[in-house]
Design a protein around this ligand. Structure first.
Ligand code: ADP
Ligand code: MG
Length: 687
């Protein structure tokens, strides 16, 4: 039996089972082997009736002595059996399963699992049965008891014992069924099970130890191949991608640094040095710049862009939202006005004429281009694109990241405020070099955060009034734009009206995703200039906005937001030297909602919050599995199995170092497998 053998060739799989198996996506022997049990039940030492513990859910093997059916009322029936084993007697009951009458006959041997109660009368016990297995033959008994039993996630029409039988059939076949991808040498070195041992032990573990060892082997394999893919991609990138080296000194940079009213932090300078080291090479820079909100990443970006322009190349900066692109555009135009560098804006929605002009400009001479993802459309031709900055990189997918690759690749700087947890750096972002800005500009005070129960919102409004009177500004965030009937939430538009009533003597603006882009720009500009005191907003303000005088934020329905979103939102305040305050208003109902708010109140450390987010939500959810470029591992979990991930990474790195093309015959197995498996990252790159 081969791993690709269709399941109908497995003994015992008749046409009746085909449908449920199909429904589970199980077509071949391989599919079944890799459907790992969702849990196990230890049936090595089952209790006797006399030893059952009241109140617990337990499993026993019994003989039926007598059976009675009781109809309590319409739609409720009970089957009650007198049961016995060598130790004693008892009662077993089944609710509403009249069809079991056919199998529950006197002298039938059964395995039953259920909650144990005392009987009303004698000393015996009563079991409310939740699982039943009929043991007709010696073979049935051998399969069902005296061992650890796997439990699968199944579907209607397929029973646990049937699935166990299918796997028994597959696993007992003496013929080789799954390719062993690892050499004996590697297995010996790492003390790994063979693939056959591993699969067997996962479906029918002898004991905890061999189960762990089996799991280790499978997870290690998944991680190793993933790491090899990443490693190869990295090698190819370094070997094949060619970039134009850029200058690392420039008058522009000197002038810029003299223009800004502060000196850069040590961490900012370190990041700039890292960038300089990269861009003077012929290998494209591929660097992630991670720094908490407000840490001053924009300055690093600006310097990189200036170096590109000094080298007679185009420098581009790409932002995830129009608002942020606009803000970068305004900031750069202002800061660079004395330098005589053209700054061009390019976004999705633009007047035809403006767009044409922008495109022509971009094509004809080096400049700094600011835009949204409109920048990576194929219609945009650059005059020698030398460097690209991708701001708030976590908002872009791996796919978009790779789309930037052209024959001559630009140097790429990815910036993010969402700290990428270590495990992610070992996986989806494993191909990036990394710089961290771990220091905020001096004088910054972390925002104080308060939780206020839903109906006490006035407290927050009162606190903010004091600061408004001192000339500070306030953000009020709502989760939605319009009134929504289904959800019991205040929308931004409703909120806008009530905020105007609450603060009649202050000017209030509103911004959300549905506004036209020149409307957004006008609203933002007014807030930035201090013409409005309060900005009512949706999460469109989540990333990048920079108004240092805005020191207060009220977030309504805070329990509705994810942790990293809350952190990003809060990052809009605390950008000046004034103490800022964030009020989270809400009625958290779920455990996770409470945990998130608690975490927000306790810390402003983005890294801690991200690790925390990863724990409560899991990696897939956090960045979106696909977006993060993570494959669907069968068994591996990059957070839970981080230790294995690290070992797999070491092994992969060593392997590729020793034999980059894996051409040595002793690596033949690994190479064949690697070439054969679906390579999601490569596929994306080709799309
Ligand atoms: P982020 O890393 O979130 O993108 P920004 O680059 O927007 O942060 O910087 C936040 C604010 O801090 C801006 O107003 C910026 O001008 C200011 N800033 C940046 N670097 C420094 C510094 N070294 N000293 C003082 N202020 C700085
Ligand atoms: Mg920023």
């Amino acid at each position: 039996m081969q791993s690709h053998t269709p399941l109908q060739y497995v003994k015992g799989v008749g046409p009746k089972l085909k449908k449920p198996l199909d429904r589970l996506g199980l077509y071949t022997v391989y599919d079944c082997l890799y459907l790992f049990p969702r849990q196990y039940e230890d049936r090595r030492h089952l209790p006797r009736l006399i030893n059952l513990q009241v109140g617990k859910i337990q499993t026993v093997v019994v003989l039926i002595e007598k059976i009675e059916e009781k109809k309590i009322k319409k739609g409720l029936s009970i089957l009650e059996c007198h049961i016995a084993d060598q130790s004693g007697r008892g009662i077993a009951t089944w609710f509403n399963q009249p069809f079991l009458k056919k199998v529950l006959k006197p002298y039938t041997q059964l395995l039953i699992k259920g909650k144990v109660d005392r009987t009303l009368f004698k000393d015996g016990v009563q079991i409310k049965v939740s699982e039943t297995e009929v043991l007709r033959t010696a073979a049935d008994i051998k399969e069902a008891i005296g061992k650890i039993i796997p439990k699968y996630s199944l579907t209607n029409g397929l029973y646990q014992h049937q699935m166990r039988a299918i796997l028994k059939e597959i696993l007992d076949t003496k013929i080789f069924f799954v390719e062993e991808n690892f050499s004996d040498e590697l297995r010996d070195k790492l003390n790994l099970f063979t693939i056959r041992q591993a699969l067997t032990q996962l479906h029918r573990p002898e004991d905890e130890g061999s189960y762990q060892k089996a799991k280790y082997r499978i997870v290690f394999e998944e991680f190793l191949y993933y790491q090899l893919q990443l490693g190869r991609k990295r090698l190819l990138h370094d070997m094949e991608a060619i970039a134009e080296p850029l200058l690392t000194m420039s008058e522009y940079v000197d002038v810029y640094l003299n223009t800004v009213p502060y000196s850069l932090t040590k961490a900012q300078n370190r990041a700039i040095e890292d960038v300089k080291k990269d861009i003077q090479k012929k290998i494209p820079m591929n660097r992630l710049l991670q720094g908490d909100v407000g840490s001053g990443k924009t300055d690093v970006a600006i310097i990189a862009l200036l170096l590109a322009v000094s080298s007679q190349k185009t420098g581009a900066i790409m932002a995830p939202t129009e608002i942020l692109a606009m803000q970068h555009y305004i900031k750069l135009s202002r800061l660079l006005s004395s330098l005589n560098i053209d700054v061009v804006l390019l976004k999705g929605k633009m007047k035809v004429k403006e767009k044409r002009e922008a495109l022509t400009h971009i094509q004809s001479k080096p400049c700094i281009v600011v835009g949204t993802h409109a920048l990576i459309q194929d219609t945009v031709l650059f005059h020698e694109l030398g460097l690209v900055v991708i701001d708030e990189q976590h908002k872009f997918g791996v796919m978009q990241r790779l789309k930037l690759k052209k024959e001559i690749s630009p140097h790429c700087l990815f910036m993010t405020a969402t700290p990428i947890p270590r495990t992610f750096m070992l996986t989806a972002f494993g191909d990036l070099d990394k710089s961290i800005i771990d220091e905020l500009p001096p004088g910054r005070l972390p925002a104080k955060t308060f939780f206020i129960k839903g109906d006490n919102a006035e407290k927050a409004y009162e606190k903010c009034r004091e600061s408004l009177q001192l000339g500070r500004q306030l953000y009020v965030v709502f989760p939605l734009v319009e009134e929504s009937e289904k959800l019991d939430l205040i929308s931004a538009e409703e909120g806008f009206e009530s905020i105007k009533d609450i603060y009649p003597d202050f000017k209030v603006g509103i911004i959300h995703g549905r506004l036209k882009s020149d409307e957004k720009t006008a609203v933002m500009a007014a807030f930035k200039k201090g013409e409005t005191d309060i900005l009512v907003a949706t999460t469109v303000i989540e990333v990048g906005l920079d108004v240092p005088n805005a020191t207060m934020m009220i977030i309504h329905h805070a329990e509705r937001f994810g942790l990293s979103q809350l952190h990003q939102l809060r990052g809009r305040i605390g950008r000046g030297t004034q103490q800022s305050e964030c009020f989270l208003i809400g009625v958290p109902k779920t455990d996770n909602g409470i945990k998130r708010i608690k975490a927000m109140v306790e810390t402003t450390d983005g890294f801690k919050l991200a690790e925390y987010d990863l724990q409560i939500r899991g990696p897939g959810d956090m960045l979106g599995t696909r977006q993060a470029g993570l494959p669907d591992f069968h068994l591996g979990d990059i957070v839970r199995d981080e230790k294995i991930l690290i070992i797999a990474r070491h092994v992969a790195t060593a392997l590729l170092k020793e034999d980059p093309l894996l051409s040595d015959s002793k690596h033949a197995k690994i190479r064949t497998h690697l070439d054969g498996i679906k390579n999601r990252l490569m596929e994306d790159a080709l799309n």
